[in-house]
Design a protein around this ligand. Structure first.
Ligand SMILES: CC(C)(COP(=O)(O)OP(=O)(O)OC[C@H]1O[C@@H](n2cnc3c(N)ncnc32)[C@H](O)[C@@H]1OP(=O)(O)O)[C@@H](O)C(=O)NCCC(=O)NCCS
Length: 152
């Protein structure tokens, strides 16, 4: 059973101990760096541990961009030991469900970026409804979708 739990003093060390596979650090920031950013953006973001029952298997941050406005998904990762077991897909569904509650602002737009070489993540995002916007930052492709208020 996959769930999201807010990062707190109870579980931040578990997030520090998550591992990426070799070469994946070019695709995503480690939770240690992400949590530093979460402190800077603390009024507009929420970092989560991704849990299978009581075990943290991954990490993700949701941040609201008030300028656009839109929800952004940053730094989603599943620990290398647990990749390829359906956790990423289940977590993304939970993240979209959370965003559909509009925790920060009213926008229905959800955006993320993904390295063009990251075929696993691109497949995951497109299968759940994300589409390329045509915006590219260096080797990062921007993808977006819309959630509605009845999704939950
Ligand atoms: C990308 C990531 C979050 C996906 O999570 P995951 O738990 O490994 O993926 P899942 O098992 O849920 O699989 C999701 C989809 O990815 C695809 N996929 C998974 N493993 C794959 C593999 N080895 N090869 C090709 N496609 C694969 C499948 O399409 C799968 O969907 P399906 O089972 O419905 O066909 C995870 O692999 C990860 O953390 N990677 C490193 C960090 C990263 O790249 N983060 C994303 C930054 S944009």
């Amino acid at each position: 059973m996959i769930s999201l739990r807010k990062i707190t003093e109870e579980n931040f060390i578990d997030a520090f101990n998550l591992h990426l596979a070799q070469g994946q650090d070019k695709f995503v920031s480690h939770p240690i760096r992400s949590l530093a950013q979460a402190y800077v953006y603390r009024d507009q973001c929420q970092p989560f541990g991704i849990y299978d029952d009581d075990m943290m298997v991954g990490y993700v941050m949701v941040i609201y961009d008030y300028d656009i406005p839109e929800y952004d998904i940053w730094h989603m990762m599943i620990d290398e030991k647990y990749q390829g077991r359906g956790y990423g897909k289940a977590a993304l569904e939970e993240i979209l469900s959370y965003i559909s509650t509009k925790p920060f602002g009213d926008s229905c737009r959800v955006t993320l970026t993904c390295n063009e070489e990251n075929k696993v993540a691109l497949t995951l995002y497109k299968n759940l409804g994300f589409e390329e916007t045509g915006v590219v930052y260096d080797d990062e492709i921007e993808l977006s979708m819309f959630v509605n208020q009845t999704m939950r």
